[in-house]
Each structure stands twice: as structure tokens, then as C-alpha cells.
Write a protein that binds this ligand. Structure first.
Ligand code: F6P
Length: 532
């Protein structure tokens, strides 16, 4: 019997036990929570009991989560399909020491960080100018990991934004470039072309569009361009001087890259001090992840709850529900982080995965989601484990009553999912409204909530840069732990390549310069329609 078998056996044996019953033990809430310097992760509203937790922890032990984490932190090449180390953690631990291939990588990391700080300071103070004077707006052009992190964080940390306004262009749909540029003055705009490879078609196409737009009024547009990339030869041939190019190494994965130069637009918006706070939050989570025993380790327990729901209870999706409007882009950020990392079908050694891979991750901030898709979460036929997030305090003290209402809604949702409402209670409600007989029965059935639906809640003091750093690093390590347990390489993304190749081949077909003969009937029909 493997630990997986034991987990399934235990699940089968306890599947009919209501989660609520577990609360007969008074100590359940603190016992099934991880409390870490201000963050509280409560997973007590799940069906995980002590036996399940012991087995899950055993799974993490037997799959070697801790030694694998050490291998990551110490620069071993754990991204085996690309032969690379995985060291985004080095970007937020600037006093640390770590070597790759026998070379200490930290002097370069620190040097680039210092250059970022100094450039950000110059842009914010006005010593770096555009043709029209002080920079008022920064446009980050990038996609995926070169966009989602800073774009998500720029909204999350907007109360700290006291520099030029940050804008993001990612989609190859020219509508986005058009709409973003429409409100900007090219003479006071700084453009950051952010691309790890500096070849991504969307980014390079948008960069050209923006360069052309700027060239209509600015004499030397590239004088207002900076670049962030691992491909320094390519940034040079693009015409961006080395003084405004911020490099990083291939051991930083795109979706793990917001801690370094990819975060430049964020650093300019919120200032180097606040950016340092964000890094410190990430580093604090790293230290906890490396040191805490598995059962008291927040990323490990978040991952094990994920494994329990997805692989053991067969819930194919999970909802991320931040009760914080400024985390509106967090679900999209986590979609890339989790699904690009663990959406795989073969294990590290190339064999078929034995277990299902990572779940579909989706979500929206509360309370908006409540008026949209929560209906399905409460009464749909499939169970969706929910991950709630909430701060104790908002940034608007004069609107504290609204924050209280926000908090009440968040807690009410997890309570409703847990308790539900049985037929008897629904019938009593209908009877109180004066309904009788068959109509009472019919109406009551629509008002039943099955309950017993699992959720976790992550509470934090306030969405500061430090806290955001903790949250992002928490989820990064969660993805890592789930990947190790499933035997996945969480750091490659071969699954995005085929579509890119076919898109390149289809562009001339749509232009009418190549035939669509080798395409399937559906694609030929779609091409014919678009060609008009
Ligand atoms: O398409 C996938 C991907 O490679 C992501 O992993 C990455 O974050 C994104 O494209 C952008 O890549 P780049 O930073 O090289 O432009």
C-alpha cells in the first residue's frame, strides 16, 4: 500500500462524515491552522482530520519535499528538462550567498538591483527626463510572467504608488496598445520592454507599435526606452543602451520573475523602499518554508490541502477568492503560476503522471463574485474548494464600516459553505411565508444548501508590500510542493510552444500569402471567413 492508497482508503471511509462534525473538538480551528507572524492560514473548514493530515505530511516526507526545497534554494539544477537552477528566491534574499556551476551569483544580482534602484530613483525624482520633462507615465510591455506579476502588484499596492503611473500592455490585440496610449503624452512616457527571451511575438510587436507612436513626436524614442531581459545581445541590437538594460539569468522562470528587474515598473511606481518591503515579505516566507516542520509549514500545508481536494477528493478546480478589490488580478496571476507550472501530463522522468496534475484555478474578488458565480459554488452539483483571503484592515480608515461589511461577507460565505441549510429549515422558511402542501415542498427544495463544502481562509493584517510579498511567495512554494509530490517539473512550460508555432505559420495564411491546404476543414473555414 502506498501513502496515496492509504489516503484514498481514509477518504472513502470518512466521505460521509460532515465537516461540521469535526468541530465537536473545540480545538479544531487553532489545531488546523498555521499562524505565522501575522498571517493566519485556517484550513479547519475542510474534511482533513488528524489521520488525513498525518498521511498528507507523510506524502510530503516520502516524496522528498524538504530535500528538494533545499536543492532549489542552494542552486541545484532542479529544472531538469531545461538544465537550469531555480533561484527566484535569490532575488529577494540579497544578503544571501548562492552559487550556480561554482560561480557565486549574488554579486551580479546585487549589482543589477542597485542599478534598478538608482534608475527608479532618477525617474521618480526627474533626473531622468523624457523629451517633455519629468516622466509622468511608465508603460511596461510584456506578457505572461513579464506582465502579470507587476500588473497585479501595481493594483494591489496602489495606496503606496507615489511615482509615475504604471500601465501595462500585454495582448497582441492592438486594442490594448491603442487604449493605453490614448491617454498618454509620449514626451513624458517611459517604456519598459520586459521579455525574458526578447523574442516573444506579442511583446516585440507591441514594442514596435509603441516605438512608432513615440516617434511621431519624440526625436529619439529609444532614449525613453528601457529593457528587462536575459538576452542582452538582443536588447543591444534593438537599440537600447546597456545603461538602461536590466539583465537577469535563465534560472529565474518567467512566472517567478517579478522579484527582480521584471518588477522595475512596480519599483518606479511605489519607490525602492516599498519594493524592498515586498522583497522582505518574500524572504520571510522563504525562511519559514525552509525551517518550519512540515505540519506547521504554511506553504506545505496549503499544498497538502490542494492535494487532498484535487487528487484525493477529485475536485478538478479551485477558486481563489480575495476579499480585497486591489487583489483583482491575483487570480489571473495565480492561474499562470499554478497552471503553467503544474499543468503537465508527464513526470520529470518522462513517464505518464500517475495522479491528475494541477487543478483549474479561477476566481474574482469578493464581494463581486458573490453576485455572479457563487450560486454554483453553493448549490451546483460539483464541489469547488474555495480559498478565501481577507485583511484585518483596509487602507481607507474613513470607510472602516465598509471594510467590516466586506469581512462579514467573507466569513459568511465560508460559514454558509460549511453549514448549508437543510430541507427542514428551508421548509420552515416557506411555511413562515404562508406556503403549503406541494408548493411548499417544491419551493423548499430550491432553498436547500447542501453545505459540507470545503474552504480555507488566509487572513493578513493589511495589504502592505511586505504582506503581498509573503502571499506571493506562499503561493510559489505551494506550487513547488504540489509539483514535487506529483513528480512534475514545475519550472518548464513546453505546453505553450505548439500554439506559438502554428500562429506564426497562420499569419501568412491570413495575409493571403500562403495556402491553407494543409489545414483541417474547420481551420480552413475559419480562415476563409476572416479573409472575407
Ligand atoms: O508563453 C509562455 C511564456 O514563455 C511564459 O512562461 C513567459 O512568462 C511568457 O511567455 C513571456 O515570455 P518572455 O518574458 O520571454 O517574453
Amino acid at each position: 500500500m502506498t501513502v496515496w492508497d492509504d489516503l484514498r482508503k481514509h477518504r472513502k471511509a470518512t466521505a460521509d462524515r460532515p465537516i461540521l462534525e469535526l468541530f465537536e473538538n473545540d480545538n479544531r480551528a487553532p489545531g488546523f491552522s498555521v499562524d505565522l507572524a501575522g498571517l493566519l492560514f485556517d484550513y479547519s473548514k475542510t474534511s482533513i482530520d488528524e489521520t488525513a493530515r498525518d498521511l498528507l505530511v507523510k506524502l510530503a516526507e516520502t516524496t522528498g519535499v524538504a530535500p528538494r526545497a533545499e536543492a532549489m534554494f542552494t542552486g541545484e539544477k532542479i529544472n531538469e528538462t531545461e538544465g537550469r537552477a531555480v533561484l527566484h528566491t535569490a532575488l529577494r534574499n540579497l544578503d544571501g550567498a548562492v552559487s550556480v556551476d561554482g560561480r557565486d551569483v549574488m554579486p551580479d544580482v546585487r549589482a543589477v538591483y542597485e542599478r534598478m534602484r538608482s534608475f527608479a530613483t532618477d525617474v521618480r525624482s526627474g533626473s531622468f527626463k523624457g523629451q517633455g520633462g519629468k516622466i509622468t507615465d511608465v508603460v511596461n510591455i510584456g506578457i505572461g510572467g513579464s506582465d502579470l506579476g507587476p500588473a497585479m502588484a501595481a493594483i494591489a499596492l496602489s495606496p503606496y504608488a507615489d511615482g509615475p503611473r504604471a500601465h501595462f500592455i500585454s495582448n497582441v490585440d492592438g486594442a490594448q496598445a491603442h487604449d493605453v496610449l490614448a491617454g498618454l503624452n509620449p514626451e513624458t512616457t517611459l517604456v519598459i520592454v520586459a521579455s525574458k527571451t526578447f523574442t516573444t511575438i506579442e511583446t516585440m510587436t507591441n514594442a514596435e507599435t509603441v516605438r512608432k507612436w513615440m516617434g511621431e513626436t519624440v526625436r529619439t524614442p529609444t532614449a525613453q526606452f528601457a529593457a528587462v531581459s536575459t538576452a542582452l545581445d538582443k536588447t543591444e541590437s534593438y537599440g537600447i543602451p546597456a545603461t538602461r538594460v536590466f539583465g537577469f539569468e535563465d534560472w529565474v522562470g518567467g512566472r517567478y520573475s517579478m522579484w527582480g528587474p521584471i518588477g522595475l515598473s512596480l519599483m518606479i511606481a511605489i519607490g525602492p523602499e516599498n519594493f524592498a518591503g515586498f522583497l522582505a515579505g518574500g524572504a520571510a516566507m522563504d525562511a519559514h518554508f525552509r525551517a518550519a516542520p512540515l505540519a506547521q509549514n504554511m506553504p506545505v500545508m496549503l499544498a497538502l490541502v490542494g492535494i487532498w481536494h484535487n487528487q484525493i477528493c477529485d475536485c478538478a478546480t479551485r477558486a481563489v477568492l480575495p476579499y480585497e478589490q486591489r487583489l483583482s488580478r491575483l487570480p489571473a496571476y495565480l492561474q499562470q503560476l499554478e497552471m503553467e507550472s503544474n499543468g503537465k501530463r508527464v513526470a520529470m522522468d518522462g513517464s505518464d503522471l500517475v495522479e491528475n496534475s494541477g487543478p483549474v484555478v479561477w476566481g474574482e474578488p469578493g464581494t463581486n463574485g458573490q453576485h455572479a458565480f457563487y450560486q454554483l459554488i453553493h448549490q451546483g452539483t460539483r464541489v469547488v474548494p474555495c480559498e478565501f483571503m481577507l485583511g484585518r484592515e483596509g487602507h481607507e480608515p474613513d470607510l472602516a464600516h465598509q471594510h467590516r461589511l466586506l469581512a462579514a461577507n467573507c466569513l459568511a460565505q465560508s460559514e454558509a459553505l460549511l453549514r448549508g441549510r437543510d430541507l427542514e429549515a428551508a421548509r420552515a422558511l416557506m411555511a413562515a411565508k404562508g406556503l403549503k402542501g406541494k408548493e411548499l415542498d417544491r419551493q423548499a427544495r430550491h432553498r436547500v444548501f447542501p453545505g459540507n463544502r470545503p474552504s480555507t481562509t488566509l487572513l493578513y493584517p493589511k495589504l502592505t508590500p511586505f504582506v503581498l510579498g509573503q502571499i506571493v511567495a506562499l503561493y510559489e512554494h505551494r506550487v513547488f510542493v504540489e509539483g514535487v509530490i506529483l513528480g512534475i517539473n514545475s519550472f518548464d512550460q513546453w505546453g505553450v510552444e505548439l500554439g506559438k508555432e502554428l500562429a506564426l505559420a497562420l499569419d501568412p495564411v491570413l495575409k493571403g500569402e500562403a495556402a491553407a491546404d494543409d489545414k483541417d476543414g474547420s481551420t480552413r473555414q475559419l480562415v476563409a471567413y476572416l479573409r472575407g
